[in-house]
Design a protein around this ligand. Structure first.
Ligand code: ADP
Ligand code: MG
Length: 325
C-alpha cells in the first residue's frame, strides 16, 4: 500500500509547490474563507497550511489519509458534475508517503480538535487545540525518496514555484483571503475581495500595478457561455515570464484549444509576435467539460470544443479590435 502511494505520489508530488497546490485545493473545497500558508526553506523543510473550512470529523481523519477512500466520485455521472477541485482521494496519502505529515482539524460540529500523525506505527487521533478548520503540516519532503530529493532545486527556486501556485489559486477565488509567509516573513497578504475595485487591488498584488493600469476589463455572455476578466492593452509589455492565466469554472487550466483561440484573436488584431497578457475566466455548464483528463488537472476536455474556441476567439477579437489605437 505504501508503495502504491509512493508511485501515485510520483504523479501528484513533484516538488513543494505541488504539495501546496493540493493542500490549497483541499482548503478551498472545505469552504474556507481564509487560508494561511507558512513555509520554511522553500517548503522543503516545512509546509503548513491552515484553513477555516468545515474541518474533518475525528473518525474521518485516518480515512482522509487512505487512498481513494474519500474519492468524491462514485459514478460516471458524478464525474460529469464535478465542481470540487479534488475528487480522486489520492493527494493526502500520496504526500504522506513521501514526507512526514500531520493532520489537525476541528470539525464544524465538534467540540474540540484532533490531530493525527500519518504513517506512525499506530495512528490514532490525539486531542488538539484547533479552531474550526484544518491544518496540514508537511515536513522534510522526500526524506525517504533520495532520488527525488536530489532533483529539488534551490530554496529560492522552489519558493518561486510555490508563489506561482498561490498566485494562480488566489486569482481563481477572490472571495478567499490568503496569507503567505516564508521563513517568518510575509510575502503575500491578500484580503478577500467582493467588488471590482477590491478585485483589481488583488490583481495588482499578484500581476503588478502596470498590468491593472494597462488592461481592459471585459465581460461577455452568449449561448450559455460567459467570458470575463482582464486583457492587457498594446501598451503593456512584460519583460519577465508570461502573464497568462485562464480559468474554466474557477479551475486554472492550460489547454491548447483555448491557447489557440486567444493567440489567434491577439495576432489578428494587434500583438504580432508578442505574447499576450491576460487573466480570463470562462464559465460553462459543467456537463460540457471533462476535468478528469489528467491527475494534476491542468488539462480539460471540452465536449463542444469548436463552440468554445469560437466563442473565446470572437469575444476577444471584437474587444481587441475596439481597443486598436
Ligand atoms: P480529494 O481532495 O481528491 O478528495 P485528498 O487526498 O486531497 O483527496 O483529500 C482527502 C479527503 O480529506 C478530502 O476528500 C476531504 O474529505 C478531506 N480533507 C482534506 N483536506 C481537507 C481540509 N483542508 N478540510 C476539510 N477536509 C479535508
Ligand atoms: Mg485534494
Amino acid at each position: 500500500d505504501h508503495l502504491i502511494n509512493q508511485i501515485a505520489a510520483g504523479e501528484v508530488v513533484e516538488r513543494p509547490a505541488s504539495v501546496v497546490k493540493e493542500l490549497l485545493e483541499n482548503a478551498v473545497d472545505a469552504g474556507a474563507s481564509r487560508i494561511d500558508i507558512d513555509l520554511e526553506q522553500g517548503g522543503i523543510k516545512r509546509i503548513r497550511i491552515r484553513d477555516n473550512g468545515c474541518g474533518i470529523p475525528k473518525d474521518e481523519l485516518s480515512l482522509a489519509l487512505s487512498r481513494h477512500a474519500t474519492s468524491k466520485i462514485s459514478s460516471l455521472e458524478d464525474l460529469e458534475q464535478v465542481r470540487s477541485l479534488g475528487f480522486r482521494g489520492e493527494a493526502l496519502p500520496s504526500i504522506a508517503s513521501v514526507a512526514r505529515l500531520t493532520l489537525s482539524s476541528c470539525y464544524q460540529e465538534a467540540e474540540q480538535g484532533w490531530s493525527l500523525v500519518a504513517n506512525s506505527a499506530n495512528p490514532s487521533p490525539e486531542p488538539a487545540a484547533h479552531a474550526t478548520g484544518t491544518t496540514v503540516e508537511v515536513y522534510d519532503l522526500f526524506f525517504n525518496v533520495p532520488a527525488r530529493r536530489k532533483f529539488l532545486k534551490t530554496e529560492k527556486t522552489e519558493l518561486s514555484h510555490i508563489e506561482e501556485a498561490v498566485r494562480k489559486l488566489a486569482l481563481s477565488r477572490f472571495d478567499i483571503s490568503f496569507h503567505l509567509r516564508h521563513n517568518q516573513k510575509t510575502l503575500l497578504q491578500l484580503n478577500s475581495a467582493s467588488n471590482r475595485v477590491a478585485s483589481e487591488r488583488r490583481l495588482a498584488e499578484i500581476c503588478g500595478e502596470p498590468f491593472v493600469q494597462q488592461s481592459q476589463y471585459l465581460e461577455h455572455e452568449a449561448s450559455g457561455l460567459r467570458l470575463w476578466g482582464w486583457v492587457a492593452l498594446p501598451t503593456f509589455s512584460r519583460s519577465q515570464a508570461d502573464l497568462q492565466y485562464f480559468y474554466v469554472n474557477q479551475r486554472a487550466v492550460r489547454d491548447r484549444l483555448i491557447a489557440h483561440a486567444v493567440r489567434q484573436a491577439y495576432q489578428d488584431v494587434l500583438y504580432q509576435g508578442r505574447h499576450p497578457a491576460f487573466v480570463l475566466y470562462l464559465e460553462i455548464e459543467p456537463q460540457l467539460v471533462d476535468v478528469n483528463a489528467h491527475p494534476t488537472k491542468h488539462e480539460v476536455r471540452f465536449r463542444e470544443g469548436r463552440l468554445i474556441h469560437d466563442f473565446i476567439f470572437h469575444t476577444l477579437h471584437q474587444l481587441l479590435a475596439e481597443l486598436r489605437p
